[in-house]
Write a protein that binds this ligand. Structure first.
Ligand SMILES: C[S@@+](CC[C@H](N)C(=O)[O-])C[C@H]1O[C@@H](n2cnc3c(N)ncnc32)[C@H](O)[C@@H]1O
Length: 466
């Protein structure tokens, strides 16, 4: 898609594809009001090259996955995401993640901040949250009304900062953390930079990013080592419990959890994170579900494991919790969804019979993948009827795409045919014209005299020309 400005009416949420892929969003709770200038939506369109109709579900799904991880950490620390403490979603953009947060957290206890004033105003309007316009210089950032936060969430900001700003924002956000508070932020680990020597400082910064609105020196792309992050946290907030979860955010960015030391004294014991178990989501997709006979189903799709970097070893299907199939016959499959972070993936196909007593429409169908180290991750779950509807919608979209492509090909062929016919008609007109001229020439006195002259020459055997 070319980079012309999107408008409100471009972001069409009624399309069949959006309907099919966004069924998992809690009905009526997650705002589907998407700002056409949202740079995270643009990322899926312009950087990853997806058509808008695919980019919208990807945008919504990615925000949902980020919040699914953040909410587990908050629930572990505070008991429930809506426990009533003050949460700051820092660098929240136009609310890709915030829209999922407010589905569970009262808007009155949620603050958003971003340097993009329109993004902040949009979230205030659309989501009803508190908004603060941020600054590039961390020292000048002043949330209103002044106060500290029990939880600060930062997804995909430190991934863009050079060393000075990285340290500066950790210091500033650390100073805004309430005693006993939690800071959760994401980074690119140096291992994601597949080329080159790791820098001795532990941070590599390149002044390039997809942002169309921020200066690249302020907002580029950075990669960091764990040692660098830990020392920056120590310098910013002192000795406090820190946990790194490699690829903990959407199977790509590392997550760092920082617990503010409540007593301001000795660091708490190493088991500060005991009991925290993060469930992650499988990478993959159920592409097809159809009935096979009265009580049979056929399913197929692909799966991967970006965290392990190795394909899963099994795909399992459950009906109402009962295991009905385990597929280990997995064929390598090339998936080009993550061009910058390629992963080995596999294709799978399963045929199942519904267990006795299971309702052929309402029973819950769940698909999971088993990773190489035996972890079972959910890939998909819904009622059988919903899975069939989703698959039929996906087929309809694929068919529509094929028909559109074929219609475009036919149109191109028809245009070629029209151009050839026009050229043919022009040639015929030219031939007619030439014929007319020849006939006129042959009727002229000069031609008749010429013919007489040649006749004489032929009689005199001076020429053989006709
Ligand atoms: C990659 S986006 C992530 C947005 C959001 N957290 C998400 O995951 O959808 C990074 C955001 O950081 C914002 N940003 C950059 N510098 C900032 C600063 N100094 N203060 C606050 N936000 C900033 C950008 O405007 C952008 O919206």
């Amino acid at each position: 898609m070319s980079e012309e400005r999107l408008t409100d009416s471009d972001v069409d949420l009624s399309s069949v594809l959006v309907q099919a892929l966004c069924r998992g969003l809690p009905a009526g709770k997650v705002s589907l009001d998407i700002h056409p200038d949202d740079e995270m939506l643009h990322f899926f369109i312009y950087s990853q090259g997806h058509p808008l109709e695919q980019a919208v579900p990807m945008y919504l799904e990615s925000g949902k996955r980020i919040w699914a991880t953040q909410r587990q950490v908050i629930a572990w620390k505070f008991g429930s995401p809506g426990w009533g403490g003050r949460i700051l979603d820092f660098a929240s953009g136009y609310g890709r993640v915030t829209r999922h947060i407010v589905a569970e957290v009262p808007a009155g206890s949620l603050w958003v901040a971003d340097v993009n004033a329109e993004g902040v105003a949009f979230q205030q309007r659309a989501l009803g949250v508190h908004g603060v316009v941020s600054t590039t210089d961390p020292e000048r950032f002043r949330p209103e009304p002044p106060g500290t936060f029990d939880c600060i969430l930062v997804s995909s900001l430190f991934t863009h900062l050079a060393e000075e700003r990285f340290r500066g924002w950790l210091r500033r956000l650390g100073s805004l953390l309430s005693p006993g508070g939690l800071l959760l932020f994401s980074v690119h680990d140096l291992s994601l930079r597949r080329a080159g020597e790791p820098p001795p400082s532990g941070i590599l910064f390149e002044a390039t990013s997809e942002s169309g609105s921020l200066a690249a020196e302020e907002y580029g792309t950075s990669w960091v080592s764990e040692a660098f992050v830990r020392s920056a946290i120590r310098e910013a907030v002192g000795s406090c419990p820190v946990l790194r979860i490699p690829r903990g955010l959407a199977s790509f960015q590392d997550l760092y959890l920082v617990l503010h030391d409540q007593d301001g004294g000795e660091p708490r014991p190493a088991d500060a994170f005991a009991g925290l178990r993060l469930e992650r989501h499988a990478d993959g997709f159920v592409e097809h579900t159809s009935r096979a006979g009265e009580r049979g189903l056929r399913l197929s799709g692909w799966a991967g494991d970006r965290v392990a970097g190795e394909p899963p070893r099994e795909v399992r299907v459950r009906i109402d919790g009962e295991l009905v199939a385990g597929c280990r016959d997995l064929a390598p499959r090339s998936i080009d969804l993550f061009a910058a972070d390629p992963m080995p993936a596999v294709g799978w196909q399963v045929a199942i019979e519904l267990p006795e007593g299971a309702d052929a429409d309402a029973a819950r169908l769940a698909v999971s993948v088993v990773t190489r180290d035996g972890e079972e991750l959910e890939l998909y779950g819904d009622s059988i009827l919903a899975a069939l509807l989703r698959s039929a919608q996906l087929d309809a979209v694929a068919l529509q795409g094929r028909l559109q492509r074929e219609a475009a090909e036919h149109e191109a062929l028809a245009a070629d045919l029209w151009a050839s016919q026009t050229r043919l008609a022009q040639r015929e007109a030219q031939l007619d014209e030439l014929g007319r001229r020849i006939r006129a020439m042959e009727a002229s006195r000069f031609w008749k005299a010429r013919n007489q002259w040649f006749k004489l020459k032929r009689l005199a055997r001076l020429t053989t020309e006709p």
